[in-house]
Design a protein around this ligand. Structure first.
Ligand code: ZN
Ligand code: ZN
Length: 199
């Protein structure tokens, strides 16, 4: 199965609704998407147009962005990295360092080496700083951590550029999955940059 693990909607700074995201995901042959709006937990239908909609949040910790996948309750922003990870685990989820070396987009940087994340987002489809993905993959390999891929789509037509191939749609399935990623071309991202001050 294919699942895009990092998708924004109009509930935070995305341009598209979850229905538009689901329609695009179906068109791209994805089985699921994880909705990861900034500091907002997805609450809505668990399936739209035959695409599974999984619960996530991109948490603004005091040091940068952390993906909370499969959490059952909202994690508040502004907590330390350690506390954010603990809260994600208490809420039944997995904590992934989002685009850690994309400093322009609030990656947590070298702190990725200091905290026990469940996985590291090595492939982010909106990579802004050159080599940010490469550094994240290098860190994951050094730390022997699972590497995830997610588009970080802020607009429905971008969904499905980066995704995981998984055997099951569970936290373990994501962590054991295979990342696939093609960056969203900058020219296509411009629409998002112009329309919305995206994070
Ligand atoms: Zn982010
Ligand atoms: Zn994001």
């Amino acid at each position: 199965m294919k699942v895009d693990t990092h998708v924004h909607t109009t509930r935070s700074d995305g341009l598209s609704t979850v229905e538009e995201v689901a329609k695009r995901a179906r068109h791209k042959g994805l089985d699921a998407v994880i909705i990861t709006d900034h500091d907002v937990l997805y609450e809505g239908p668990s399936e739209i147009y035959g695409v599974k909609i999984l619960r996530g949040e991109e948490v603004s910790s005091s040091a940068g962005h952390i993906l909370a996948l499969f959490v059952e309750e909202r994690i508040p922003p502004g907590l330390s990295v350690g506390e954010t990870i603990d809260r994600i685990h208490e809420a039944g989820g997995i904590a992934i360092a989002a685009h850690p070396f994309d400093k322009l987009r609030k990656g947590i940087g070298k702190l990725v080496y200091k905290f026990d994340f469940d996985g590291i987002e090595g492939y982010n489809g909106y990579e802004a700083l050159p080599r940010a993905n490469k550094k994240a993959i290098k860190a994951a390999k050094e730390l022997n951590k699972p590497i995830t891929a997610g588009t970080d789509a802020h607009y429905a037509p971008h969904v499905g550029y980066c995704y995981m191939i998984v055997e099951e749609l569970t936290p373990e399935g994501i962590l054991r999955g295979t990342p696939v990623c093609k960056k969203v071309p900058l020219i296509k991202r411009l629409k998002v940059y112009v329309k919305r001050k995206f994070r």
